[in-house]
Design a protein around this ligand. Structure first.
Ligand SMILES: Cc1cc2nc3c(=O)[nH]c(=O)nc-3n(C[C@H](O)[C@H](O)[C@H](O)COP(=O)(O)OP(=O)(O)OC[C@H]3O[C@@H](n4cnc5c(N)ncnc54)[C@H](O)[C@@H]3O)c2cc1C
Length: 380
């Protein structure tokens, strides 16, 4: 593909750069998760006021109808400005586009604007203790009661549930369906009700980014079924396919910044003269560059298939591998300084462990690349 920007793309980038220069993001507070999240919520509000919260959404829903390349530019520029992702990232990237694809007019009118402004935060209630990679195995039940559904079951790893007003919930409505991916329904569930309990999980970093979600008789009106009863698998695939597109650009720029920082710290310690260190840093430089180019190549795949293709799995796998290698090298080079509780490098090292699990485990991504990109025989 041609990697030079055309006039429209350059104009888009320049307008965004000018806006970021006039509205500097600043630095979110560290140490207090709630304060940090509140800061990011305010940051999203500012982005929304400037018309930048969801560039990939159509203009009629408050976006800019940005092309894929413009979306990539948006994430690259955001990361380059040192800005964090907007608070309602699951709403903007997953819930919004899924509602636009499957929602009724009423659902679109009710939900899209509060997603954009971060007034209502969304979480993703897919994974369960026995259904992660194998999402079709969800056991959470939804039983019809008049014009409502009564939900019982447990979700896990539910990021941001502690702040969420709404949940994208996949539950089983027909336990007798012949195949397990049939008989699932996708619900828009109000989190603020009896029957919904959010229990934080402490991560290795000390943060509680995700939670257990216990559902005991939670109620969802019929009007909040998304995409039809029994159609949950198809609707969930729309959410999953939106999960990785775009973010690859943000993540690769962030990783490049981290690498530049590590090179600076190694240089300050005179370590660049050590050929082993230089070799390892050189390899990471190469991997970052390959990742950037592969992310752009992924745009071609989206243009071809009309949606993110299986090649996106390769970028996710490369990113998690490289980020883990990079943060491990930082720990090796900087020693105890990078491993002290509260040190930024310690956070990066520990947080990177989850990279090869979140958004699809590396083993599952390798299966996808093997079967759907390389055309190798399917796993039995
Ligand atoms: C930071 C973070 C945030 C998350 N946020 C959310 C969220 O907001 N909402 C949500 O719903 N989920 C969330 N998740 C959950 C995530 O999607 C799951 O952890 C992931 O899908 C894996 O599922 P699992 O943990 O049940 O592991 P399992 O699927 O049980 O996998 C266990 C092991 O078996 C391997 N394995 C499984 N199947 C295969 C196979 N077919 N071939 C080869 N190996 C296989 C896996 O690679 C893994 O090593 C989050 C996870 C993390 C780490």
């Amino acid at each position: 593909m041609d990697l030079t920007f055309d006039a429209r793309e350059t104009a888009f980038r320049d307008e965004l750069r000018a806006w970021l220069a006039a509205n500097p993001p600043g630095t979110p507070p560290h140490g207090d998760e709630d304060a940090h999240y509140a800061w990011r919520r305010d940051w999203q509000r500012r982005l929304a006021e400037g018309g930048w919260a969801a560039v990939h959404w159509p203009a009629e829903h408050g976006g800019r109808g940005a092309t894929l390349t413009q979306s990539a530019i948006f994430y690259e520029e955001l990361a380059a400005a040192g800005a964090p992702l907007p608070a309602n990232v699951l709403g903007l990237l997953l819930a919004g586009p899924t509602i636009m694809t499957w929602g009724t007019q009423e659902q679109k009118e009710r939900h899209l604007v509060p997603i954009l402004t971060a007034e209502e935060i969304w979480c993703q209630g897919f994974s369960e203790p026995d259904a992660g990679s194998d999402l079709a195995a969800v056991k959470t039940r939804a039983v019809k009661d008049g014009d409502e559904w009564v939900i019982t079951g447990q979700k896990v790893w539910t990021s941001m549930a502690q702040y969420a007003k709404w949940c994208m919930l996949v539950a089983r409505t027909d336990p007798d369906a012949p195949k397990k991916h049939q008989g699932l329904t996708y619900f828009l569930m109000d989190m603020e009700q009896d029957g919904v309990e959010v229990v934080p999980l402490k991560q290795i970093t000390g943060e509680s980014e995700f939670n257990e979600l216990f559902l005991d008789g939670a109620r969802v009106p019929d009007a909040n079924v998304l995409g039809g009863v029994g159609n949950g698998w198809k609707v969930a695939l729309t959410t999953l396919m939106n999960e990785r597109s775009g973010l690859a650009f943000f993540l690769q720029v962030r990783m490049r910044q981290l690498l530049d920082q590590l090179v600076g710290e190694a240089s300050a310690r005179g370590l660049l003269d050590d050929p082993v260190v230089a070799d390892k840093l050189g390899e990471l430089h190469l991997r970052c560059e390959v990742l950037r180019l592969t992310a752009y190549r992924g745009l071609t795949a989206i243009e071809t298939y009309g949606q993110p293709g299986p090649e996106g799995s390769l970028t996710k796998w490369m990113w998690s591998d490289t980020n883990q290698a990079l943060t491990q090298l930082a720990a090796d080079l900087l020693g105890p300084e990078a491993l002290t509780d509260g040190a930024p490098w310690a956070f990066e090292l520990l947080r990177a462990r989850g990279n090869s699990i979140e958004g699809g485990t590396t083993e599952v991504l390798k299966n996808i690349v093997a079967e759907r990109v390389l055309g190798l025989p399917r796993l039995k």
